[in-house]
Unconditional design. Structure first.
Length: 661
């Protein structure tokens, strides 16, 4: 019995093999612009924001910073991105941290905060034609004019100031502006924003509304609202679009997509870039996020077009996802056109897809072919899969409308191969045979065939190193308005100020009231630093000045950032409002004190707060004197160091993080 089955199985397998190899199916696809073109191509891009994803990049030394920016934006070097979308910092937690607002309060205006201005300037320096796009995740509380929604004249002034500030201080033309990321939107506000942009003489186009395709259902019923929207953009659409959108006859984008690892997400990204046009007529695709440049241990660690989260060492990593981007970025430009479906755009017969684009003169041609396998179905929110399971032979027949083309450059990535050195390889030049060329397509490969040549630009990144301990910073060497190196704000917003006193520069919590949130912000502002795996005894120490009244704290073993209700950890806090009470809690929410008491602390005076966490207990000190001790230990709480405050102006100086004596 057993032997018979075995023999049978072998027989079946060998027959199948023969069947597959002789039926390596062969298909022909016409490439033509003779009967017109498809839609205008608006580019591929990355999203710096939503939030804090570029935080640690800002602290890289210029040599490494420039290399990373070249990989992302320099045309013909790496990804060669066409679009940079940024968060308009709103003092809110927006996924991996808080980005500072240009208007913390109604009478505050500042265009030097945060890292987005510089990211835009540096991207534009590399590609003067880069498309810029701004979007708010949340807003400072004051714009609500007493309400929790931002549909006010204050928000209009706030958003217009950002657009005008970009022009005034950086000569940046913001090409597109969104409304409120993945939240509600409002007709009155959209119309008012459009009118204000026009009145100001800006050319910025309005994207509605960075959420789901129900935007189309709304706009189809309301021509007045629709008229104020230039582009419809939806997120994580899985290369599908709602039927109602066609009637709007508008530019359609996947305005946030990807959300996958900088290396293993490459299959999905290859598939989305092609199929977003093939199946949904989407003319731009923007990756969340631009760069995994935030601490490991925060949500979505490793998600980005490349990974760079060690500013102290300069180490960064290029994965396959960047080279998949290069398959598009290096061979296309904004303002090119797709060819029509059936004339250079379509699904391949044995799974996968092909897309062709041409420049405005019609001289250039780029054809991108992908045969992603099942693995690409990890594409976020993709319900239907159009993946390839079988080898196939594809012949592309260029008709006389491309009769001037005799040769094409070929770049190739086999995404079954994990080695990034083998991604984006130059395969030489194909000479067309009476307008045709043929590709043997196995499963999981990506080809770009183009009149344009590409380059696999390369730099050597320095080796990885752990966060440097001991670590001390008196903040005196940093630029005012910047964020202190390596601190990553999770709630509230800190910046360097010059006290014009013997204190020199300090780091100050700048947000005086709870913002209009995108997700849950913690109850108390806090900013993390270090390594989320720290489990060893540590000593965190910082001078604090509570300006009027409020709370200041230091913490160790802080394990969580991102959206939510703060983090567990060992937290030593003082409260001047309560006549100088202190407490040690196991959460940055400052609930459930493990131990507490009174110490004479008043507003307007500097104190040194120290928390020492050991194997068996923890001790809180004020000005070097122990005030409280408890049984919370280094082994039961692992995580970052942190400083924190209430929603008040609180300053910090002489920060120090080290092993205890
Ligand atoms: C920018 O666009 C202009 C006009 O289309 C073009 O001449 C120029 O080559 C482009 N520059 C780059 C770096 O792509
Ligand atoms: C906003 O400003 C416009 C024009 O100044 C005014 O007509 C309108 O009433 C204001 N809206 C609110 C909510 O204050
Ligand atoms: C995409 O555009 C083509 C050409 O206009 C049209 O035939 C097709 O139905 C569109 N696809 C979708 C999903 O709207
Ligand atoms: C495809 O997915 C499987 C299982 O999820 C994994 O083991 C394999 O490494 C993946 N292949 C590639 C090329 O990423
Ligand atoms: C070249 O292709 C055209 C159609 O595309 C065909 O009519 C012609 O016979 C071909 N010539 C040769 C030599 O194969
Ligand atoms: C598909 O093509 C690949 C690469 O050429 C080859 O290694 C593989 O054996 C082929 N598979 C089949 C079933 O023919
Ligand atoms: C095309 O680019 C490849 C790789 O960047 C390079 O090796 C080759 O010399 C280039 N070909 C031409 C004709 O410039
Ligand atoms: C954090 O510590 C772990 C364990 O020592 C180490 O592998 C990792 O590289 C460190 N990461 C950072 C960001 O320092
Ligand atoms: C945060 O707390 C609020 C109120 O208690 C609760 O509704 C919310 O679900 C919590 N959020 C998370 C992410 O736990
Ligand atoms: C700080 O003190 C004030 C006044 O007693 C009190 O209302 C507040 O709850 C205290 N905050 C904390 C976190 O204990
Ligand atoms: C924090 O302390 C409270 C009260 O003692 C306890 O219920 C909770 O489980 C503790 N949380 C952690 C993360 O240890
Ligand atoms: C903790 O650090 C502070 C500041 O450097 C120092 O004064 C203190 O002696 C340290 N305490 C312990 C127990 O290590």
């Amino acid at each position: 019995m057993t032997i018979m089955i075995l023999v049978k199985t072998v027989f079946v397998v060998s027959v199948l093999t023969i069947v597959f190899s002789i039926s390596d199916a062969s298909f022909t696809y016409t490439v033509s612009k003779a009967t017109g073109l498809g839609r205008r191509f608006d580019g591929i891009g990355g999203l710096s924001g939503g939030g804090c994803v570029t935080r640690l990049l800002a602290d890289y030394k210029s040599k490494w910073y420039n290399q990373i920016m070249d990989y992302l934006f320099l045309p013909g070097f790496g990804a060669s991105l066409h679009i940079l979308k940024v968060e308009i910092g709103g003092d809110v937690q927006s996924t991996d941290g808080t980005e500072p607002s240009h208007m913390h309060t109604a009478d505050d205006e500042n265009y030097q905060r945060g890292y987005e201005w510089n990211t835009m300037v540096e991207a534009k320096r590399r590609n003067p034609n880069i498309t810029l796009y701004g979007l708010s995740w949340g807003f400072p509380g004051w714009v609500g004019e007493g309400k929790k929604l931002p549909w006010t004249n204050s928000t209009l002034r706030y958003t217009m100031n950002w657009l005008l500030g970009a022009k005034k201080y950086y000569n940046l033309d913001i090409d597109y502006i969104g409304i409120w990321n993945e939240c509600a939107w409002d007709k009155g506000y959209t119309l008012a924003l459009k009118a204000a942009i026009t009145a100001a003489g800006l050319k910025t186009k309005v994207v509605g509304h960075d959420s789901k395709w129900d935007v189309c259902t709304t706009l189809v019923k309301d021509p007045e609202w629709a008229a104020a929207v230039d582009v419809i953009g939806a997120h994580y659409v899985g290369s599908a679009i709602a039927e109602e959108c066609a009637a709007l006859n508008k530019v359609q984008w996947s305005s946030e997509d990807m959300s996958l690892d900088y290396d293993t997400g490459s299959l999905c990204w290859a598939r989305s870039l092609n199929q977003n046009y093939v199946r949904a007529n989407l003319t731009a695709t923007i990756a969340w996020d631009l760069i995994a440049s935030f601490y490991d241990g925060l949500p979505y660690s490793g998600v980005g077009i490349l990974r760079a989260n060690e500013p102290w060492s300069g180490h960064y990593r290029i994965g396959r996802l960047l080279w998949v981007s290069a398959h598009w970025g290096q061979f296309t430009k904004v303002g090119w056109s797709f060819l029509k479906h059936g004339s250079g755009v379509g699904l391949l017969d044995n799974g996968g897809s092909y897309v062709s684009l041409t420049d405005p003169t019609g001289e250039q041609l780029t054809i991108i072919v992908e045969t992603m396998d099942r693995n690409s179905s990890q594409c976020a929110h993709s319900s239907t899969v159009y993946y390839s399971t079988t080898n196939q032979t594809a012949t592309f027949q260029l008709d006389t409308s491309f009769g001037h083309i005799t040769q094409l450059y070929v770049f190739f990535t086999d995404l079954n191969i994990l080695d990034v050195d083998q991604a984006f390889t130059y395969k030489g030049i194909i000479t067309l045979d009476n307008g045709t060329f043929t590709l043997q397509l196995s499963v999981g490969v990506l080809y770009t065939v183009s009149t344009i040549n590409g380059t696999k630009g390369a730099y050597d990144a320095p080796p990885s190193q752990p966060f440097p301990l001991p670590y001390a910073d008196n903040f005196d060497d940093h630029q005012v308005y910047s964020e202190a190196p390596y601190f990553s704000d999770q709630t509230g917003s800190w910046e360097i100020i010059d006290t014009a006193s013997t204190r020199g520069k300090t780091m100050r919590q700048m947000v005086p009231e709870r913002p209009i949130s995108w997700c849950d912000d913690a109850d108390y502002p806090y900013s993390i630093i270090g390594n989320y795996t720290w489990k060893q005894p540590l000593n965190i120490s910082v001078d604090v000045l509570i300006e009027k009244n409020g709370i200041a704290f230091v913490a160790l073993g802080v394990s969580e950032g991102g959206c939510g209700n703060g983090s567990s950890g060992i937290v030593f806090s003082v409260n001047t409002t309560n006549n100088g009470s202190w407490q040690i809690t196991n959460s940055t929410q400052l609930t459930n004190p493990v131990t507490s008491g009174i110490v004479s602390i008043v507003a307007g005076t500097w104190y040194k707060l120290t928390l020492v966490v050991l194997q068996d207990y923890s001790v809180g000190y004020v000005n070097g004197n122990p005030v409280g001790r408890c049984e919370l230990t280094a082994s039961s709480y692992s995580g970052w160091g942190a400083i924190g405050s209430s929603w008040d102006y609180v300053q910090f100086d002489n920060f120090c993080l080290q092993s205890p004596i």
